[in-house]
Write a protein that binds this ligand. Structure first.
Ligand code: PGA
Length: 251
C-alpha cells in the first residue's frame, strides 16, 4: 500500500501568508517521495490552500468537524461544509480533543458524518500510558471498537486509523514510540479490525503511527513499524524536516 504522510498543523502557523508559504514547501517536497500526502491546516486557511492543492500532489484535511449537521450550533462546522471547501479528509478523536472532553461516541458520530459526506475520517486512537500490567491493550481495544462503532463493513475501506499513543504526542511527550512497540500495537489494532470487518477489509485499512515523528525516526516507523504511514505534528511545521520525512518513503 502506498504510504500516507499527514501533516497536522494544529493551531499553526500564525497567518494566511505563512500558511501559503508552508503549503508551497509541502507541494515541492511531495515530489521527493512516493506517498499520499495530506495537510490538515487550521480551518480558516483551508479554502486559501484548496486551489493549489487541486493542482496536484497534496490533499487537504480538516482537524475536526461538528457532530451536528446544521442549525443552531454556534461555532460549529458540518461535514457538508468541509466538503464544500475542499476537505477530503478530517482528523477525528485526536488526543488533544479527547482531552477537552470528546468521547468515543462523539468520535463515532463524527466519523460516520464524514463518510456520509465523502470525507475520509482519520480516526485517532491510543493509550495514555503503557502500564506494567498491560491494561493498555484492553483500553485500546475498547477505544477502537467504540470509535469505529458506526463505520459499517461497506464503509470501512474509507477510513484511516492513526495509532497515536498519548504519551508520545506533542511538546510534553516522553519520547516517540519505537518501531518495535508500534509494530506490536499495529498488529493488535489489525486484529481488532479483522474481528470487526473480516480479514480482507481489515487489511485494506491504513494504520498510521503518530507521536514525535521526525526526520530521523520516520524511516524506522515506515519500514519496521508495521504501519502504512505517519501522522506528523511539530515536524510538519518545519519545511526541511517534513520534506525529509516525505523523502524517507522512497528509500
Ligand atoms: P507531534 O504530534 O508529532 O508533535 O508529536 C502528532 C499529532 O498530534 O498528531
Amino acid at each position: 500500500m502506498k504510504p500516507y504522510i499527514i501533516g497536522n498543523w494544529k493551531m499553526n502557523p500564525e497567518s494566511a501568508r505563512k500558511a501559503r508559504t508552508l503549503f508551497d514547501s509541502v507541494r515541492r517536497a511531495s515530489r521527493r517521495g512516493r506517498a499520499h500526502i495530506i495537510v490538515c491546516p487550521p480551518l480558516s486557511f483551508l479554502p486559501l490552500l484548496s486551489e493549489s492543492a487541486t493542482k496536484g500532489g497534496v490533499s487537504l484535511g480538516a482537524q475536526n468537524l461538528s457532530q451536528e449537521t446544521g442549525g443552531a450550533h454556534t461555532g460549529e462546522i458540518s461535514a457538508e461544509m468541509l466538503t464544500s471547501i475542499g476537505a477530503r479528509y478530517v482528523i477525528v478523536g485526536h488526543s488533544e480533543r479527547r482531552a477537552k472532553g470528546e468521547t468515543d461516541s462523539d468520535v463515532a458520530q463524527k466519523a460516520s458524518l464524514a463518510i456520509e459526506n465523502k470525507i475520509s475520517p482519520i480516526i485517532c486512537v491510543g493509550e495514555n500510558e503503557r502500564d506494567e500490567q498491560a491494561t493498555y491493550f484492553d483500553t485500546l481495544a475498547r477505544q477502537v471498537r467504540a470509535s469505529l462503532a458506526r463505520v459499517t463493513r461497506s464503509n470501512a475501506g474509507k477510513i484511516i486509523v492513526a495509532y497515536e499513543p498519548v504519551w508520545a504526542v506533542g511538546g510534553n511527550a516522553i519520547s516517540a514510540d519505537t518501531p518495535e512497540g508500534t509494530e506490536t500495537m499495529a498488529l493488535f489494532i489489525r486484529k481488532i479490525l479483522t474481528e470487526m470487518y473480516g480479514e480482507k477489509i481489515a487489511r485494506s485499512i491504513p494504520i498510521l503511527y503518530g507521536g514525535s515523528v521526525d526526520k530521523d525516526n520516520a524511516y524506522g516507523f515506515l519500514f519496521n513499524g508495521g504501519v502504512q504511514g505517519l501522522l506528523v505534528g511539530r515536524a510538519s511545521l518545519n519545511p526541511k524536516e517534513f520534506s525529509e520525512i516525505i523523502a524517507s518513503t522512497k528509500s
